[in-house]
Design a protein around this ligand. Structure first.
Ligand code: BG6
Length: 480
C-alpha cells in the first residue's frame, strides 16, 4: 500500500462501470428483443466487423460463439454481484439499460413491463446498500429491428423512438435514479459507427457523411432527453459521455503539432462542444467542407441543442494518442485502437493499448479548462489475462499498479482545481469485451469463471485488487 497525499472531495463517487449487453446475458428472456451486441461474434472477426463496411447483421452459430447472449448472467445473479460491490464500499454503480428490454423492437408504442420490472429490482437492490445508480441510456445496444428496418441512427426516425424510450425511463425511475448519461462514447461514432450509431457503412466513401448525420440525430435526441429529464426530474444530473484520448504531437515539428491539435480537437472536443456548449464549433465548418459533408439539419434542431446542454461531462480514459502528419504504413499499424503512432515513452497492454496515467491528468485539465463543468471518469482500467492459482487466489498486482497510478493522476488534477465528482473503473466485475468479445480480456475486481469458448461455472471470486480497491474507497483515495 502507498499513501496519496492529494485529497479527493467529500462525497466523491467511487465505484465501478458496466454495460447491459456485456454482463446481463438472458438475451431472450423477459421479453427482450435482439440488439446489436447479440449478433456480434466473439473472436478475431469481431473487430474486423466493427471497422469494416457492409455487415449484414445476421448470426451464424455454426461458425461463431456469441458471448453476449449469456454475458456473465447478471440478469439472474444481480443480487450476489451487488452484494459484492457493496462489500467493496461502492458509492455508485454504472450500468446501462438495454433498450430492447424496454422496447423489444424499438418502434413499439408501449413498453415491455417485464423489462421495466427487471431494472426496478436492480435499482431497489442498489438502494438497499445505499449505492447510487449511474445509468447509461444507450451503450452500444441499438435494437436490431431499428438497425435492419431503419438503418440505425442515419434515420431521423430514431430521434422519436429514443424520445419515447427516455420518456418511459424517466417516468418510471424518477426518484430511483439521479445520474444519467445519454450516449456512451458518442465521439467514437466515426471510428465505430456500428457500435454507437447502429449501422455498418455502405462504403468508405459514405462513412463520414452518414456518421456525422447520425451524430446530428443523436445530438438532437440527447438534448431532448436532457430537457425532458430536467422537467420530469428537477433533481437529476444528466451528462454526456465521451471517449477521451489526449493527443500528443510525435515531436516538436510544428507540422506535427498542428496535425495533433487538429486530430485531437476533432476527436475529443467536437461532440463535447455540441453537447456542453450547445453549438457546433467553428472549426468543424472547414472539416465538413473539405470532406464533402452536408448535414440535414431541420428547423428547430439548433435551438433544441442549445436548450439541452448537459450538467456534467463523463468520459472513458484508456489511452493517449500520439500523432504525426506523415506516417509510414508500419507506424500506422503500431498505433492505438483509434489511430496514431507508437509513443516511444509508453508501454502497452497485452492488447496494444498504451498505458499513460499522466494522460488522464492531461485529459482532466483539458476538459475542465475548456468547459468548466463537473467531470466524472466513468471508465478506466486494464484489460489483462488473469491466472487463478491452485488455492483459488488471483494476484492481479499489474491491475493494482495500473489503477493506482491513474487514481494518483486524478488526485493531481483535483489539486489543480479540476472539479472531479466520481470515478467508476471499467468492468468492475469481469465481463465480455466490447471490441473482441473475449472473456479472457479481464478488467474486474471480481473474477467470473467463464471462458472465451463459453465454458465455466460463472462462479464469482474476489481478486487481490478487490481488497485493495475496498481500502482505496474506505480511505477516500488516501490509501493507494
Ligand atoms: C469502452 C466501452 O470503449 O471500452 C466499453 O464503453 C468497453 O463498452 C471498454 O468494454 C473496454 O473495451 P474492451 O474492448 O476492452 O471491452
Amino acid at each position: 500500500m502507498s499513501t496519496n497525499t492529494k485529497r479527493f472531495p467529500e462525497g466523491f463517487l467511487w465505484g465501478g462501470a458496466t454495460a447491459a449487453n456485456q454482463l446481463e446475458g438472458a438475451y431472450q428472456e423477459g421479453g427482450k428483443g435482439l440488439n446489436l451486441a447479440d449478433v456480434l461474434p466473439g473472436g478475431k472477426d469481431r473487430y474486423k466487423l466493427l471497422t469494416s463496411t457492409g455487415f449484414n447483421f445476421e448470426m451464424d452459430e455454426s461458425k461463431y460463439v456469441y458471448p453476449n447472449h449469456t454475458g456473465i448472467d447478471f440478469y439472474h445473479r444481480y443480487k450476489e454481484d451487488i452484494a459484492l460491490f457493496a462489500e467493496m464500499g461502492f458509492k455508485v454503480f454504472r450500468l446501462s439499460i438495454a433498450w430492447s428490454r424496454i422496447f423489444p423492437k424499438g418502434d413499439e408504442l408501449t413498453p415491455n413491463e417485464e423489462g421495466l420490472a427487471f431494472y426496478d429490482r436492480v435499482f431497489d437492490e442498489l438502494q438497499k446498500y445505499g449505492i447510487e445508480p449511474l445509468v447509461t441510456i444507450a451503450h452500444y445496444e441499438t435494437p436490431l429491428h431499428l438497425i435492419k428496418e431503419y438503418g440505425g441512427w442515419r434515420n431521423r426516425k430514431l430521434v422519436d423512438f429514443f424520445e419515447r424510450y427516455v420518456t418511459v425511463l424517466f417516468n418510471r425511475y424518477k426518484g430511483k435514479v439521479k445520474y444519467w448519461l445519454t450516449f456512451n462514447e458518442i465521439n467514437g461514432a466515426t471510428h465505430f459507427p456500428l457500435f454507437g450509431l447502429g449501422f455498418s457503412p455502405d462504403s468508405e466513401e459514405t462513412r463520414l457523411q452518414d456518421s456525422f448525420q447520425g451524430l446530428h440525430h443523436q445530438f438532437v435526441a440527447s438534448a431532448k432527453a436532457v430537457k425532458l429529464g430536467h422537467e420530469l426530474m428537477p433533481e437529476s444530473q444528466i451528462g454526456c459521455m465521451l471517449i477521451y484520448a489526449p493527443t500528443y504531437s510525435y515531436d516538436s515539428n510544428p507540422e506535427n503539432v498542428m496535425y495533433a491539435l487538429e486530430q485531437g480537437r476533432l476527436f475529443n472536443f467536437f461532440c463535447g462542444d455540441v453537447q456542453v456548449r450547445g453549438e457546433y464549433p467553428s472549426f468543424i465548418n472547414r472539416y465538413f467542407k473539405e470532406h464533402n459533408i452536408n448535414l440535414d439539419i431541420e428547423e428547430g434542431d439548433l435551438e433544441t441543442i442549445k436548450e439541452g446542454t448537459v450538467d456534467f461531462i463523463s468520459f472513458s480514459y484508456y489511452m493517449s494518442l500520439t500523432e504525426k502528419k506523415e506516417k509510414t504504413e508500419e507506424e500506422v499499424g503500431q498505433g492505438n485502437l483509434i489511430g496514431g503512432v507508437k509513443n516511444p515513452f509508453l508501454k502497452a497492454s497485452d492488447w496494444g493499448w498504451e498505458i499513460d496515467p499522466v494522460g488522464l491528468r492531461v485529459a482532466l485539465n483539458e476538459l475542465y479548462d475548456r468547459y468548466e463543468k463537473p467531470l466524472m471518469v466513468v471508465e478506466n482500467g486494464l484489460g489483462a489475462y488473469d491466472k487463478v492459482e491452485e488455492d483459488g487466489s488471483i494476484n492481479d498486482d499489474y491491475r493494482i499498479d495500473y489503477l493506482r497510478e491513474h487514481i494518483r493522476a486524478m488526485g493531481e488534477a483535483v489539486e489543480e482545481g479540476v472539479e472531479l465528482i466520481g470515478y467508476t473503473s471499467w468492468g468492475c466485475i469481469d465481463l465480455v469485451s466490447a471490441s473482441t468479445g473475449e472473456m479472457s480480456k479481464r478488467y474486474g475486481f471480481i473474477y467470473v469463471d467463464k471462458h472465451d469458448d463459453g465454458s465455466g461455472t460463472l462462479e464469482r471470486s474476489r481478486k487481490k485488487s478487490f481488497f485493495w480497491y475496498k481500502d482505496v474507497i474506505a480511505s477516500n483515495g488516501k490509501n493507494l
